[in-house]
Design a protein around this ligand. Structure first.
Ligand code: M6R
Length: 592
């Protein structure tokens, strides 16, 4: 939620660099953007509404500067307009600030500052932080003023502050991501919400942890623990992602690139270190109660986990969305196990669930894509899904890799991690054959047919029920068509009233004991005029349109979601939506 990118160094093109960096972070928020940079003694501010990706740097008439901060926004406090866009600054315009997160007690601090004579131009919580720092700076050194301000802020945040009078850049975080890139030339630093934004310049990174701050001044970065009030040493980590994997290459959008990559990403997920899988399986075996926790698509993957464990490992597990998890806190003990699923590892609702669990001594496992994320660092065991950077807002390759890990875990708990691996390898091979232009052309026929519909529905049974919910998310978020997923057996209890002539209904079919029943549910829908799109290993008379998937039994949630990902993408393109940056959304949701 919101992208931060800043540059401090020798290059005098800092504003251009920051704009280019923000373009790479646009998936985090894209309703407005802004930069602040130092020229002589002034801070220049430039803010615009809309997507930064559409901006041509040469049209902006930027001045030279070697120190700049920037932000692309996903609005929380205050509407989408120029005055609410970041950076925010003080009256004197010598302090500018960008912020990702939510500052919960800003109303009372704003009132206090107003009494002290501060006036505010925006409706944001962020502007209040800039003024709070300014207020403290009247009686303290600038660094201490930032420290004091952060101690008064309640909520999750990542901030970067630029002070033009002493050419200092300060970054601090609590709950929202912020990473420092160490440039190849001495005294050069990048700060960003996500690594791919500066990968072009450096792969050497330093992760700021919660309650830590970095002060970049006189060409040097120093680090502080804001709680212990002491300077600390931080380790430089070398990242092995290449820039290309974070770029679009020849694809029209990241979403289709990432869908296509599933041939490789699944193979990487399956080739996990078996020791990690076995370690987690042992933890599940010995736990008295296991909870899968995640949000959005990752939540749906957690729901699939419940089904996989029931079916394969014959084991009862529980599922909760991150935002609902605290309702179960009375059942948590030190023998409980929590398995968190997240692409980014930065989702605020899941992080909060972990905090609730940790208070009760619960052991935490995280299945994450970003191995160095906050979630990973809060966990006792980390299972990396190794999908590589996922940039499209709609999760695709991370989803199937997470599903693959849960399948492996379920088999491992049944004593057969090798069997699980074999089933997944077979499925990955068939997915490899399936993902080709002819397959996409076939799905395009149905996309063309249904592109103007107002509503569509998806049904599934067993592990394909949560996949029907996930299919609905995919269709909603990029095509903006009203889509809803149901358990196949549930329609007749109410939702079937929504079916009229030619209402498209996707049936996710697995070749197992649920097959007869899901076909029978599709038949009930067809009898009411529904248009049945069967995603199934075999054709059936009941289907009006058939999308073939490999026959993979326990792996059917993975193979069944892929054609729906492709359909959602194609509908987005046909309806002239941006599939990578759908309206109102952001890639990682770092607010509650
Ligand atoms: O980074 P996470 O996996 O924790 O994100 C969780 C959800 O916000 C995410 O899956 C969201 O639902 C996606 N946009 C769905 O495609």
């Amino acid at each position: 939620m919101c992208g931060i990118f800043t540059y401090y160094g020798h290059k005098n093109t800092a504003p251009e660099l920051v704009i280019e960096g923000l373009k790479k972070l646009e998936y985090r928020g894209y309703d407005s953007w802004g930069i602040a940079y130092k020229t002589n003694d002034e801070i220049e501010i430039r803010k615009e509404i809309g997507k930064i990706g559409d901006i041509k740097v040469k049209d902006l008439d930027l001045k030279h500067s070697n120190i700049a901060i920037g932000h692309s926004r996903w609005a929380t406090h205050g509407g989408v307009n120029k005055k609410n866009a970041h950076p925010h600054f003080t009256e004197e315009k010598d302090i500018a600030l960008v912020h990702n997160g939510i500052f919960e007690n800003y109303v009372e601090i704003k009132k206090y500052l107003e009494k002290k004579g501060h006036t505010f131009k925006s409706d944001t919580d962020t502007e209040v932080i800039a003024h709070l720092i300014e207020e403290h700076a009247k009686t303290h050194e600038f660094e201490d003023a930032v420290k004091l301000a952060t101690q008064e802020i309640e909520g999750r945040y990542a901030i970067v502050v630029l002070n033009s009078s002493n050419e200092t850049m300060i970054a601090a975080r609590k709950g929202s991501p912020l990473i420092l890139g160490v440039g190849h030339t001495e005294g050069e630093y990048f700060i960003a919400s996500d690594i791919p934004a500066f990968l072009k310049y450096t792969n050497k990174v330093i992760y700021l942890d919660d309650n830590q701050m970095t002060v970049i001044k006189d060409g040097e970065a120093k680090f502080y623990d804001m709680e212990k009030h002491e300077e600390i040493e931080k380790r430089i980590v070398e990242i092995d992602w290449d820039e290309e994997s974070a770029e679009m290459g020849d694809f029209a959008h990241f979403m289709i690139k990432e869908i296509t990559e599933q041939k490789e990403t699944l193979a990487r997920a399956i080739n996990q270190d078996p020791k990690i899988i076995e370690k987690v399986a042992k933890a599940i075996e010995s736990a008295k109660g296991t909870y899968f926790v995640g949000c959005g698509t990752a939540g749906k993957v957690g729901m699939v986990g419940e089904y996989l464990f029931a079916k394969i490992a014959k084991k009862h597990t529980n599922f909760a969305f991150g935002s609902e998890f605290s309702n179960y806190k009375d059942f948590l003990t030190k023998d409980t196990l929590m398995i968190c699923i997240s692409q980014s590892g930065e989702t605020a609702d899941t992080l909060e669930a972990i905090e609730v669990a940790k208070e009760k001594g619960v052991k935490i496992v995280s299945i994450v894509n970003v191995e160095t994320s906050t979630m990973a660092r809060m966990s006792d065991i980390v299972v990396p899904i190794k999908a590589g950077p996922e940039k499209a807002v709609a999760s695709t390759k991370a989803t199937t890799s997470q599903l693959a890990i849960l399948t492996l875990l379920a088999y491992a708990c049944d004593g057969g991690v090798k069997k699980g691996q074999q089933e997944l390898i077979n499925a990955a091979g068939q997915i490899n054959d399936m993902l080709n232009p002819r397959y996409e052309e076939h799905i395009m026929k149905i996309a063309e047919k249904i592109k103007e519909v107002e509503s569509m529905y998806i049904i599934g049974r067993g592990a394909n029920y949560p996949m029907a919910l996930e299919a609905a998310i995919k269709l909603q978020e990029v095509s903006y068509i009203h889509a809803e997923g149901f358990a196949g057996g549930e329609l007749k209890h109410g939702p079937i009233a929504l079916i009229t002539e030619n209402t498209p209904v996707i049936a996710l079919v697995a070749n197992d004991d649920s097959k007869k029943e899901i076909i029978s549910n599709a038949t009930e829908i067809k009898a009411r005029g529904g248009y049945i799109i069967g995603v199934a290993p075999e054709n059936d008379d009941i289907f009006d349109f058939w999308i073939r998937v490999p026959d993979t039994q326990a792996v059917s949630p993975i193979v069944n979601i892929i054609p729906v990902q492709i359909l959602a993408y194609q509908l987005a393109v046909l309806r002239k939506n941006d599939p990578d940056k759908p309206r109102n959304l952001a890639k990682s949701v770092t607010v509650k």
